[in-house]
Write a protein that binds this ligand. Structure first.
Ligand SMILES: *Cc1c(COP(=O)(O)O)cnc(C)c1O
Length: 371
């Protein structure tokens, strides 16, 4: 296969074609540098400029104030599942001070994974868990059991597997709000001052695998105990501008290009959000008028703009759907094994035309297969 498909992969995921073209063009030789991004020192002026550009672009796009630090780390969001409690709560045997139990709002599989790692590190409490209804909904404010002296409240803004997304941040009062935004980072504007910390691995919406962006309110750095292993300590990375050890230089370079694309080609996150909403609506509308042929997993009020998760009447039809879609160059539509059905991941870089083709395919498929 030589032509590009419409790739609905949940991650690593589709990247903007203009960014891929720029990467290809400059791979042999970065303009003005005389060497590839893959060949230069992380301590070179050229890389420092790239790192600085990535940070500046993120600050501009998200309106990140100066009292927040931005870190570029490795280990994916999974490592953040451990680093968050190690640094921000009083971790077992390693506490700078005990900051109280870490509270978790569990709205899907990733929230559950995050919680499980935290249990190994600190005192925890579950503020809410949607397991009872298979993570198809979000809690109303009155349903949280928040501990007022909690170290922090952790939630997952978009549950990639179940396709459940918080329309806005949960209200948690004075307790620092920590967000795993891995799969909706940069998909819409967010109000950074509401957060103690946001983190996101890049490979869904912001770049390739290999780098995880952490945005952290600087005063929270005081919680990190000196006895933590160097890499696991946010203070280490903040004090060394993410250059304590060799950072994922190539991945950071791609983040700088993606963020530039969001600023110059898209026109900012409000515009990106409008595009994402209209893409998602195309698919949800098909589901809603399908008279039960397609059934969405998430309840309507918390449907994800990034991962559209739905089922067909039978397993046979589900496999027929994915194989016929693939013949039309619509790929990676199989749902996560824990949920089944179909998952169409339509991140920032999925072109509108790709979504329109999938919409048309869904309509056609229903016509030929509904009883
Ligand atoms: C993909 C994903 C992760 C895991 O990221 P890794 O980089 O594989 O560690 C965590 N949380 C959410 C919400 C995700 O979508």
């Amino acid at each position: 296969m030589n032509a590009r498909v419409y790739n609905f992969s949940p991650g690593p995921a589709v990247l903007p074609e203009v960014v891929l073209a720029e990467l290809q063009r400059d791979l042999m030789c970065l303009p003005g540098v005389g060497a590839s991004i893959l060949e230069i020192s992380h301590r070179s002026r050229a890389f420092e400029n790239i790192l600085h550009q990535a940070e500046t672009n993120l600050r501009q796009l998200l309106g990140i104030p100066e009292d927040y630090t931005i870190l570029f780390l490795q280990g994916g969001s999974r490592l953040q599942f451990s680093m968050v409690p190690m640094n921000l709560a009083g971790c077992k045997g390693r506490a700078a001070t005990n900051h109280g139990a870490a509270n978790y709002i569990i709205s899907g599989s990733w929230g559950k994974y995050a919680y499980k790692e935290a249990v190994k590190e600190c005192e925890t409490a579950i503020a809410w868990d949607g397991a009872k209804t298979k993570y198809d909904r979000l809690p109303a404010a009155a349903e949280f059991a928040l501990h007022p002296a909690a170290a922090y409240v952790h939630y997952t803004s978009n549950e990639t597997i179940e396709g459940v997304q918080f329309p806005t941040e949960p209200v948690v009062g004075e307790v620092p709000l920590v967000c795993d935004a891995s799969s909706d980072f940069l998909s819409r504007p967010v109000d950074i001052p509401k957060y103690g910390m946001i983190y996101a691995c890049a490979q869904k919406n912001a770049g390739p695998s290999g780098v995880t962006v952490v945005i952290l309110r600087k005063e929270l750095l005081e919680r990190s105990a000196d006895s933590l292993p160097g890499y696991m300590n946010y203070k280490t990375h903040a004090e060394n501008d993410s250059l304590w050890n060799t950072p994922p230089t190539f991945a950071i370079y791609v983040v700088s290009l993606i963020t530039k694309w969001l600023i110059t080609d898209i026109g900012g996150l409000a515009k990106m959000k409008a595009q994402n909403e209209s893409k998602a609506k195309q698919l949800y509308d098909v589901i809603d008028v399908s008279q039960g042929f397609y059934t969405g997993h998430a309840q309507a009020a918390c449907r994800s703009m990034m991962n559209v998760v739905f089922r067909l009447p039978s397993d046979e039809l589900t496999s027929k759907f994915t194989s016929e879609a693939a013949k039309q160059a619509l790929t990676e539509l199989k749902g996560h094994r824990s949920v089944g059905g179909i998952r169409a991941s339509i991140y920032n870089a999925m072109p509108v035309e790709g979504v329109e083709q999938l919409r048309d395919f869904m309509l056609e498929f229903q016509k030929s297969n509904a009883k």
